[in-house]
Design a protein around this ligand. Structure first.
Ligand code: IMP
Length: 435
């Protein structure tokens, strides 16, 4: 990062999967500390370095740089088994070797086996009305956190506490699993043994990350906060109930990382040049046709966590404008512009109508949002392959005009353009961390 700012957040401006992993990886080169502050292993951040793909679910995307410290903040819900596996895999490849390279908040809540079982069983019961969760236990773990019956990472190191805390809650959950959901009960003793084993493995990483971050910021370290999911999946501001269980925007940085809100200097919003979503819920510009299939196959639009095919559609300025407003976005990183090559004319959603009348904002009710009709503006497309572009001047005039139109519609300048998955396939128009 440049001299002008010492902290920045990277936030998804759509329904997740905007390419945050790649942009965080890029910006990590200039950061000292990378922090996850919300979500859990429902996220899947794909990085391609020297042609090799790495998918991270819990460990911040800065893990592939040898000098950075990765922090999992207290707002993250941690599946300890999944974290141990991810860490072992990275270590086997030579990354995150020293324990101090990964710090886990004492206050982060633990995703327990019954959280996953309940999440998956409820989805099965909902049938066609399902949310389309990742099945990782995210919702039930947050429920227990708010109900004040959750287990935190600090507790995992204390056998007596784990046994005491889980005895009552597991018998309650087992009754719910068996009698309400018709599922198998969780085996208490086996679960405890496994949790304690994971606790022992992770204990060297568990610390007061809020204090660590405060000191890092005070001493002038560059800190990057890595969002997961996207603003439209935010539990308060997204397409409720088709959302995740956390706040996904910058408002979550302070609470989830344990820093003062005033410590955040810059907000980088990530948006695809088109739109995708996984799971159920409204999606006005969705293309249920050959064009949708084309975007899916050219963009490799399959979930990094669950492998599910992503729903695809045109860029929706209503969505990104809302995300910009909620997050005070300073600059946009526009990803996957190369996927739009050859689509001519190229539509952009510039507004909505509902019941035949123009509407200025996104309906809060998912039912009403389903009824919205996008107002499309057609732009001239481009045909030359842009995946080899390395500077803005390499882009065809139509691609540049497309970017300029998105800037007009969202009110924010595009500072980074990505034209492929590789680190080098990135055009830095304006360094978001410059003075
Ligand atoms: P959950 O977070 O697993 O409870 O899933 C709730 C909704 O958020 C579902 O529609 C998921 O598909 C979606 N979701 C959760 N994490 C991600 C992500 O990292 N990218 C995209 N969608 C996500």
């Amino acid at each position: 990062m440049g001299a002008g700012s010492s902290s920045a957040a990277v936030i998804g401006l759509q329904w997740g999967d905007e390419g945050k992993g790649k942009i965080v990886d890029l910006l990590s080169a200039r950061a000292d500390v990378i922090v996850r502050f919300q979500g859990g292993n429902n996220a899947g951040h794909t990085l391609v370095v020297d042609g090799q793909e790495t998918i991270l679910h819990l460990i911040p995307s800065g893990a592939l740089y040898p000098g950075t410290t990765c922090v999992i903040g207290g707002g993250v819900v941690v599946d300890p088994g999944a974290l141990v596996k991810e860490l072992d895999e990275l270590r086997a490849r030579g990354f995150v070797r020293e324990p101090e390279r990964l710090l886990i908040s004492q206050e982060a809540h633990v995703i327990l086996p019954h959280h996953k079982a309940i999440d998956q069983a409820r989805e099965r019961q909902r049938g066609s009305g399902k949310i389309g969760t990742t099945g990782r236990g995210i919702g039930p773990a947050h429920e227990d956190k708010v109900a004040r019956i959750g287990l935190r990472m600090i507790d995992l190191c204390d056998e007596a506490y784990v046994r005491r805390a889980l005895e009552v809650s597991v018998s309650e959950k087992n009754a719910y699993l068996k009698e309400v959901l018709g599922e198998d009960a969780i085996h208490y003793e086996a679960m405890i043994e496994e949790l304690l084993e994971w606790g022992r493995k992770l204990s060297v990483h568990v610390t007061d990350t809020s204090r660590y971050l405060h000191e890092a910021l005070e001493s002038g370290s560059k800190v990057l906060f890595e969002g997961a999911q996207g603003v439209m999946l935010d539990v308060d501001h997204g397409t409720y109930p088709y959302v995740t269980s956390s706040n996904t925007g910058v408002a979550a940085v302070a609470a989830g990382a344990g820093i003062a809100p005033s410590k955040l200097d810059k907000v980088v919003g990530i948006s695809k040049a088109y739109t995708t979503r996984v799971g159920s819920g409204p999606f006005p510009t969705e293309l249920d046709d050959e064009m949708g299939e084309r975007l899916r196959s050219d963009g490799g639009e399959y979930g990094a966590t669950t492998g599910r095919a992503r729903r695809c559609g045109w860029f929706d300025a209503m969505v990104v404008r809302k995300a910009v407003r909620l997050n005070g976005v300073d600059t946009i990183a526009l990803t996957k512009l190369d996927v739009l090559t050859g689509i001519d004319p190229l539509p952009i959603c510039v507004g909505y109508t509902h019941m035949g009348k123009p509407i200025g904002s996104i309906p809060a009710s998912a039912g009403a949002y389903e009824e919205v009709v996008p107002v499309l503006e057609e732009r001239e497309g481009w045909h030359d392959d842009i995946s080899g572009a390395r500077s803005i001047s390499d882009l065809p005039a139509q691609a540049l005009a497309y970017i300029r139109r998105l800037e007009e519609l969202t009110g924010v300048d595009v500072g980074i353009v990505s034209v492929g998955p590789g680190r080098d396939q990135t055009l830095l128009l304006d360094d978001p961390f410059g003075a």
